[in-house]
Design a protein around this ligand. Structure first.
Ligand SMILES: C[S@@+](CC[C@H](N)C(=O)[O-])C[C@H]1O[C@@H](n2cnc3c(N)ncnc32)[C@H](O)[C@@H]1O
Length: 241
């Protein structure tokens, strides 16, 4: 597919309009919350959010086999009814809400559970995190730690193509690359695309063999010309001995 492992600057509605039915394995995205965050190009009002949901959700259902999204507690009823709702738990209570400290966020799930379907057994439907991620130049990047656990939870195959139509600073593409999957990122703001390009460039894909295979690791170290891959290999070897 021409878009794979690329980021595209533009309006996702126009770009996705050109994609074929069910050509993407999974959409993982983080909608704006309609709370007047300054995204530069996109105006983050409740009206615009409702319009975006109305136009984008049918397109995601057409193009993607499965869709997972974060939306904020109060916005969840603006979306079509999901097949399941997973929970992102932040026990320290990152934000205050109408009911005190808000310690969880919904993850709307459209499609069957990848782990049950992939005969990987029953996995939990919550993801707990404590760490935050700061990305200079974007107002609300999702924590890498959380997003990586979420992608691992919802995507089993290494061959999966992961689409994020509201890419922001590129967190989905970064974790897809870290987990050895393919990605397509779309973002309307050119500045955020540049930030994402840089983050993706600085991301190391997984080593091309199992962690326990020390023979291969040692051989790989001797042959590697890539400093990042070499240092990842050395870290793994250190843990093994
Ligand atoms: C909540 S942020 C995503 C943040 C992202 N998860 C991250 O970790 O950086 C939503 C993003 O959607 C983008 N956006 C809004 N409408 C868009 C559209 N029609 N096409 C593409 N991007 C859009 C905004 O510019 C904003 O960066």
């Amino acid at each position: 597919m021409e878009w794979v492992n690329k980021i595209i600057q533009g309006d996702c509605l126009e770009v996705i309009g050109e994609m074929e039915d069910k050509s993407v394995d999974l959409c993982l995205t983080d909608f704006p919350y309609g709370i007047e965050i300054d995204y530069g190009v996109y105006k983050d009002t409740q009206e615009n959010l409702k319009e975006l949901i109305k136009k984008l959700m049918p397109e995601l259902f057409r193009v993607c086999k499965k869709t997972y999204l974060t939306c904020g507690v109060l916005n969840q009823w603006l979306y079509p009814q999901p097949n399941w709702v997973m929970g992102w738990i932040v026990e320290s209570g990152g934000n205050t809400g109408k009911y005190g400290f808000s310690c969880w966020q919904p993850i709307l799930c459209y499609g069957k559970d990848a782990r049950l379907g992939g005969k990987q057994g029953r996995a939990r439907d919550i993801i707990k995190t404590t760490r935050r991620t700061k990305v200079e130049g974007h107002p609300c990047p999702k924590p890498l730690d959380f997003w990586k656990k979420l992608l691992w939870r919802v995507s089993v195959s290494d061959k999966d193509i992961i689409l994020d139509p509201l890419m922001g600073s590129g967190t989905t593409c970064v974790v897809a690359k870290e987990l050895g999957k393919q990605f397509i990122g779309i973002e309307i703001n050119e500045k955020y695309c540049k930030i994402a390009e840089e983050r993706i460039k600085n991301t190391t894909p997984p080593l091309p063999f199992g962690e326990k295979d020390t023979g291969f690791l040692l051989k790989y170290c001797q042959m590697s010309t890539n400093c990042r891959q070499l240092s990842s290999a050395i870290e793994i070897i250190k843990k093994l001995y």
